[in-house]
Write a protein that binds this ligand. Structure first.
Ligand SMILES: C[S@@+](CC[C@H](N)C(=O)[O-])C[C@H]1O[C@@H](n2cnc3c(N)ncnc32)[C@H](O)[C@@H]1O
Length: 527
């Protein structure tokens, strides 16, 4: 076993991680006792990160400031007037300042830039760019032996890719990586294919502090952490800084788990996603219980399915494969297959709206799917994809300027969904969504408020909740926690200016009434 005296965590064989070939894989184990909401380790930046194609246009390729950040509350930490300028050589990466450009240049872009200049107009997927960066930096001595050795130990799943018929695609991409990175003289074809496969199965999502996805991160030390659908830790990012934080108390020598997927999905969907992308059967504490937990609950029993929905399900069974997709599995009885078909349709609509760039069009698809979830009387509000559709409805309503509509949805989510899906008040998803609601309430108030409701005290109540949770979810010194505190100060001053007496006392006296009013708003939306 590795020396644990100083390391925040160490890698060793994990009993929870048995590969398809029966061999145990590695996992990360805690080097100390931690409480909930504590930092385990933080790194100035991951070994490699690569932006999504769309984000290359509006995000700094060094500090990952997303200058066009569109979700409400996501721009609080972006300084006014920040824009990005393209690198004069490769024209692919953009930087928000000369300092960022210089830092990236010396970290390895000076070698990569020449190679990328040859393929200026060629689209490059993020995993290709990440692998190229890794190989170029290693070739020029900018990846340490220790980091390179750690990547050597990471799982490539080459055999699994071969078995599932995906290997030829990997070989093709690897050929491009070799050719465009000018590293054929140093790395063999097989090594490049293995590295590319490792990037695919070991990357984490590059995110903003408000959890907007920006690209991928491939880090030598963090890639050893296994998945659980009931994780005790999570990865947070603050610009390029990447941290591993606890979600629950963790004892010394206990395994650390993060989640690779949306763990609020039903059991068969989680199993299916983990199997197809990461090639393992999840046996975490939650999956071992099977499809019996909150995320697998329906409101009515399969045999209670209403005639109209039965007919629709039968139509789907005749035309689509949703009923037989293991990700939708409910049971083998005819009515259970009908529910599986309807569920498949809801997830297909969710995918469709996610791929619809035009907000008004996306809203149509979302509302259609949400109405089905509601009217079929099958879905509790917190069951997926009903809850995820609502999240996207809020984002799209904000994009078209329907702030009052978005607010109704935020109220419903706050009271009926977030406490169910994320019972811990400092879960990062809950914190960020409460923050977005707070900023929306604040905006509505500034724009003249809402008919029959005073949203200013609600905004303050929500910001206070976020202020208490942010030190645990993001860290007390994080940009997010500091920005929330600053905003709270501004809001109190604003309200103080509008009121005559002691604002703190007035607010605390009105708190019960404010909460009741806010709860009432959760009943305003149809579905
Ligand atoms: C990012 S790596 C994690 C470290 C990996 N176990 C190793 O030995 O390098 C991801 C791979 O680990 C394995 N893995 C992760 N979580 C697992 C789990 N809960 N059960 C079984 N295998 C798991 C899968 O093979 C997955 O593709």
């Amino acid at each position: 076993m590795t020396d644990t005296s100083t390391a925040p965590f160490y890698a060793t064989r994990s009993p929870s991680c048995i590969a398809t070939d029966g061999k145990p894989g590695r996992g990360a184990f805690s080097g100390a006792d931690y409480g909930a909401g504590e930092l385990i380790i933080s790194k100035r930046r991951p070994t490699i990160a690569s932006l999504d194609t769309e984000r290359l246009q509006d995000t700094c390729a060094n500090c990952y400031t997303w200058t066009e950040g569109s979700s409400i509350g996501s721009r609080l930490y972006v300084k006014e007037g920040v824009s990005v300028q393209a690198c004069g050589g490769c024209k692919r990466f953009r930087y928000c300042s000369k300092t960022c450009q210089k830092e990236a240049w010396y970290r390895g872009h000076k070698y990569e830039c020449k190679a990328l200049k040859q393929v200026i107009d060629k689209p490059m997927p993020k995993a290709v760019l990440a692998t190229m960066e890794l190989l170029i930096r290693r070739k020029h001595g900018l990846v340490t032996d220790a980091e390179w050795a750690a990547f050597g130990l990471a799982e490539s799943h080459i055999d699994d890719f071969k078995q599932t018929g995906q290997y030829s695609g990997i070989e093709l991409m690897a050929m491009g990586v070799s050719q465009f990175s000018w590293t054929q003289d140093v790395f063999s074809k097989d090594l490049v294919a293995a590295m590319y496969a490792k990037v695919l199965t070991n990357s984490l999502t590059l995110i903003t502090p408000t959890l907007d996805p920006l690209g991928i991160v491939f880090d030598a030390s963090l890639s050893v952490i296994n998945h659980s659908c009931d994780p005790n830790a999570c990865i947070m990012m603050d610009g390029p800084e990447i941290s591993l934080r606890t979600l629950k108390p963790i004892k010394k020598d206990e395994e650390i788990f993060i989640s690779y997927i949306d763990t609020t999905n039903p059991y068969p969907r989680r199993q299916s996603e983990l199997k197809s992308r990461w090639f393992f059967t999840c046996r975490c504490s939650k999956c071992l219980k099977g499809p019996v937990l909150l995320e697998d609950q329906w409101i009515s029993q399969p045999n209670e399915i209403d005639g109209k929905w039965k007919d629709l399900a039968d139509k789907f069974i005749g035309t689509e494969e949703w009923a037989t997709d293991p990700a939708n599995y409910v049971g083998d009885e005819p009515d259970q297959k009908r529910i599986a078909a309807i569920q498949g349709h809801a997830f297909a609509q969710y995918e469709e709206e996610q791929g619809t760039p035009e907000p008004a069009e996306a809203i149509k698809v979302i509302k259609d799917a949400m109405r089905m979830c509601y009217q079929s009387k099958l879905w509790p509000v917190y069951r997926q994809p009903y809850a995820a559709l609502r999240d996207d409805l809020i984002v799209n309503m904000l994009a078209v300027g329907d702030y009052q509509g978005a607010w109704q949805q935020c109220a419903k989510r706050y009271w009926h969904i977030l406490p169910k899906l994320h019972p811990r008040a400092f879960h990062p998803v809950r914190v960020v969504q409460v923050w977005q609601s707070a900023m929306l309430a604040y905006y509505l108030q500034a724009e003249g408020g809402m008919a029959g409701a005073d949203v200013a005290p609600i905004a303050l109540l929500l910001v206070m909740e976020v202020m208490n949770a942010a030190p645990l979810s993001h860290g007390k010194d994080s940009t997010f926690a500091r920005s929330v505190e600053k905003k709270f100060g501004e809001m109190v001053l604003d309200m103080q200016a509008g009121a005559g007496g002691d604002i703190h006392q007035e607010l605390s006296e009105r708190m019960p009434q404010t909460r009741e009013q806010f709860k009432e708003m959760a009943t305003w939306s149809e579905y």
